[in-house]
Design a protein around this ligand. Sequence first.
Ligand code: COA
Ligand code: MG
Length: 306
Amino acid sequence: MVVYPQRSVLSVPGSRPDMIEKALRSEADLVFIDLEDSVAPEAKAGARRHVITALSELEWRGRPRAIRVNGLDTPYFYRDLIEVLEAAGGWLDLVVVPKVGAAADVYVVTTLLAQIEAVIGKAQPTRLHVQIETAQGLLNCAEIARSSERLDALTFGPGDYAASVQMPSTAIGMPDEWDRQYPGHRFGYAMHQILVAGRAAGIQVIDGPYADFRDSDGLRAACLRARALGYDGKWCIHPAQIPIVNEVFTPTPAEVRWAQETLAAYERIRAGGQGALAIGTTMVDAASVRMAERTIARARSAKVLE
Ligand code: COA
Ligand code: MG
């Protein structure tokens, strides 16, 4: 069960200690230090050392301490996990695993984690976020979502997904001229499958990044689309994106009011033995109560409600 909020999930390159410090001072709900795609191959080894320092020495302001390792299809993955955990595993709370294609990938990660945790004497199991961003991963996402107790979230990766299914695209997570040719949202199918897989497994579901960090209108539209589907949050690649993401993934005062009024009205009629009522011209029943309870839970997690 996830206890930490994750509306905004900021990625920061492991090769940039200056940025890591800024990321940790930001208002992002979650920050992870990246060893994967934002770090050049020549800088991977050095980035592991920066990660170890950041995990053990920097102030994370109450957030889980998180990193993203390289994928299992690279020569970097095993060293990422072994070197970082052996040196700073006691400080590490969460690992983001990219390009997960099958439940067997999660098995590899959890087996290795369990061994290292046993050696370093770490009692608290390291948690996982897995990225669904390939055709293979999407096909297997229901199984992946249930593959380990360690899983806290599935994350959609729009850039790698577009590449994997050969969708023409020039910018990560952003609409382009091809969207005008398609009557709908091209990521809708993938995002909805991932959402359902995550929810069926009782874990969180997070949308990937929006590449243009100056395009706040485009980012807001992308956040609203993910929020409308039911996603919990969205990755950020730049601090400027954090306030927009936090805002969109926090229930509005009107939503909270609706939820409170719905719950109160239902409580009143239920006491009289009734199961449905009208608020204005709208029917409210036990399903409305479940929707309202979700809104209240989100508002509490975002700390806009006691
Ligand atoms: N985390 C922390 N700080 C960041 C940051 C991030 N992800 N992205 C930018 N910043 C900082 C910059 O260091 C800069 O700080 P300064 O004003 O003290 O110099 C400030 O925010 C403004 O940055 P800006 O000049 O607008 O952008 P940039 O050209 O320095 O960086 C990117 C642009 C895209 C290279 C950078 O945002 C980045 O590396 N993002 C993360 C990429 C990533 O993690 N990708 C993998 C996940 S998809
Ligand atoms: Mg990716």
